[in-house]
Design a protein around this ligand. Structure first.
Ligand code: M6R
Length: 615
């Protein structure tokens, strides 16, 4: 979490830093700050609590102006220390060294004690402040800023990407990365660093993606990179195919709204070149995929949040379609236990960002401990830590997802997981040509079905009105719809702050039914499947407790109208692949419109960040 940006350029760098910071806000927005080395070689700093716009306002008022050609900036998601100006980055030591940091220094308390004993004063509660003091201390005996940083990073336990400047080394910005993302952008305006390419798209398309353990010394005319052993190394310059308009709002009010409506195209892009009119192409998963899939005997999925919910749906598909035993677990738990991983397991990670620390660390630790397994990641970011750590990669082509609440990444993950279920089923001769053609047909129909569902927005706006004064909500579903209910509940709670829980509808009577009262709306999903009659009985149980109910049904489900129940038909003849992908659409729209009514910050809900690169 936290976004960093910096650079050295021919003109004043401050506007570049501020505009980049705004694009990095998805990584955190508890506070923001900037340090620029002024022409008279002084570090000038501005910091503000909250979003980058507050920093911008404070800079506009500041005199003398914060300007210069070398600078670093940061947008924070608080881990150590509350969101406050004192805790905001950049941190400065003795007016000479300044640091921005993304990650967590786990041994900061020990370092802090040592530094206090050496006379360093601490002005914040952050773990980061030990970094700036360490560098200041190391500079006393190092021949350059780079050497000082290469020395101190070896004393850090945890994760970091760092941007460092010093008034003693004007003209240099030094960076280091381990466990947190960092890229270098090369433009005719100068050389820059950032947590993510999106921050720099206005000024360049040319990027170097630093690897784990890399450090780099950057000046206006040179970039010198060193590997984890401090050996100078060349890293390729890549040209990004991200377009600036992909990250602009256009006519939409919020990114979440834009991203919900982009789903038909995102699914088309994800399927493109991976299916013919009736087959799934195994080559889509990489050269060795066929051999790996054929030898796979078990699947373990690990993921977090929305990506975990996609994995829950996939467990049903992989067992039902490919007949492959599949387990799924949240990465934050999986990484800290000693799971039994059987030989010939395919370990699948699912992630929008590819940088989620829990998922990444779980993958790394299992790879270290178990040799006879293979790994596959389903990820939306090609140049990410997860793609680098995985043997097989299936990219979801959702395009940049800016809103903290995931929407198009979820549906494209599901489309990718459907492809995977067929691919593995084919390798194990569990999917015949007819089944394959039928699933491919379902996938091909998805963009049209999503578009049709989105056209029902006005009805959902009506439904959203009834949530104005609600504090709790319950989501129900059976089978894959339980996973969709979980995703619906996650969407509602994270952007409208309504406490929402999801239950398998059959589990209600074992406890959760005690929560039901007239002030707690129940949202149920009723596809026309083999569990429909069971679900209808569950709805009767809810009705008897006087709750307000909303049922999203397949037109063919014919849920009988009841008092206090609104039934909304979504479409008809949805099958096992199309139903989960289509039924999440009204739930995304419902959360969005409830959040609008509640007046929350839809794209940047409180306490959250898009990319969780810390534990
Ligand atoms: O980037 P990832 O998919 O690995 O992120 C995992 C979760 O943090 C994420 O899915 C989160 O739950 C959603 N943004 C919530 O909408």
């Amino acid at each position: 979490m936290c976004g960093i940006i910096g650079g050295i350029c021919k003109d004043n760098i401050t506007p570049i830093l501020l505009s980049g910071l705004k694009r990095l806000e998805y990584r955190g927005y508890d506070s923001a700050g900037v340090v620029v080395l002024s022409n008279d070689n002084k570090l000038s700093r501005a910091r503000a609590v909250g979003k980058v716009v507050n920093l911008e306002t404070s800079i506009q008022k500041q005199s003398p102006k914060i300007q210069g050609s070398l600078g670093i900036a940061h947008t924070r998601w608080a881990t150590h220390g509350e969101p406050s100006t004192q805790n905001a980055h950049p941190h400065i030591c003795f007016d000479t060294v300044s640091v921005v940091h993304n990650g967590i220094i786990e041994n900061f308390l020990k370092l802090k004690q040592e530094q206090k004993a050496q006379g360093y004063a601490f002005t914040s509660d952050t773990d980061t402040e030990v970094i700036v003091h360490s560098i200041h201390q190391a500079l006393k005996t190092s021949e350059s800023l780079l050497k000082a940083i290469q020395k101190v990073v070896k004393t850090f336990e945890g994760t970091y990407s760092l941007g460092v400047i010093s008034s003693e080394y004007p003209g240099h910005i030094v960076v280091a990365r381990s466990g947190s993302p960092l890229i270098i952008g090369i433009s005719d305006k100068g050389n820059f660093i950032a947590s993510d390419q999106v921050a720099l798209l206005d000024i360049t398309k040319k990027f170097i993606f630093l690897k784990e353990g890399d450090t780099a010394d950057i000046t206006l005319n040179s970039i010198t990179i060193y590997n984890q052993n401090d050996r100078q190394i060349n890293r390729a310059i890549k040209t990004s195919n991200l377009k600036n308009n992909q990250i602009d709002l256009g006519d939409y009010k919020h990114y979440m709204q834009k991203e919900i409506f982009e789903q038909p195209q995102a699914i088309r892009d994800t399927l493109e070149s991976r299916i013919t009119k009736d087959t799934v192409l195994l080559s889509a998963f990489g050269h060795h995929a066929e051999t790996i899939f054929t030898n796979t005997e078990h699947i373990q999925i690990i993921a977090c949040g929305t990506s975990y919910n996609a994995g829950l749906v996939a467990k049903y598909w992989l067992e039902d379609i490919a007949k492959m035993p599949t387990n799924i677990e949240v990465a934050s738990e999986y990484r800290y236990r000693n799971p039994i991983v059987l030989d010939n397991t395919l370990l699948i990670t699912i992630s929008q960002s590819g940088e989620t620390a829990d998922t990444l660390e779980a993958l790394k630790s299992i790879k270290k401990r178990h040799k006879n397994i293979h790994t596959l990641t389903i990820c939306n970011c090609a140049e990410s830590s997860l793609t680098r750590e995985s043997e097989l990669i299936l990219l979801t082509h959702a395009g940049p997802e800016i809103s903290v609440a995931s929407t198009k990444s979820f549906t494209t993950q599901l489309a990718s997981l459907a492809l995977l279920s067929v691919a593995i089923g084919k390798c194990h001769k569990q999917v015949d040509k007819q089944q394959e053609a039928s699933i491919v047909d379902s996938l091909n129909r998805l963009p049209g079905l999503i578009k049709k569902t989105l056209e029902q927005e006005s009805q959902i706006i009506e439904l959203a009105r009834s949530f104005k004064d609600k504090f709790n909500a319950i989501f129900l579903g059976r089978g894959t719809m339980h996973a969709i209910a979980m995703e619906g509940a996650l969407k509602l709670k994270e952007i409208s702050y309504i406490h929402s829980e999801a239950f398998p509808a059959g589990e209600l009577k074992h406890g959760p039914i005690a929560l039901i009262d007239k002030d707690t709306p129940v949202i149920a999903i009723a596809p026309n499947d083999q569990l429909l009659d069971k679900l209808k009985s569950n709805l009767q149980e809810v009705k008897s407790r006087g709750s307000q109910m909303i049922v999203f049904e397949d037109e063919m489900s014919n849920v009988p109208p009841m008092k206090n129940m609104t039934v909304m038909s979504i479409t008809h003849n949805l099958g096992r692949i199309t139903a989960p992908i289509i039924f999440i659409i009204p739930l995304q729209l419902l959360s969005y419109h409830v959040a609008l009514i509640k007046g929350t910050d839809v794209d940047k809900p409180r306490n959250l960040a898009k990319s969780v690169t810390v534990e």
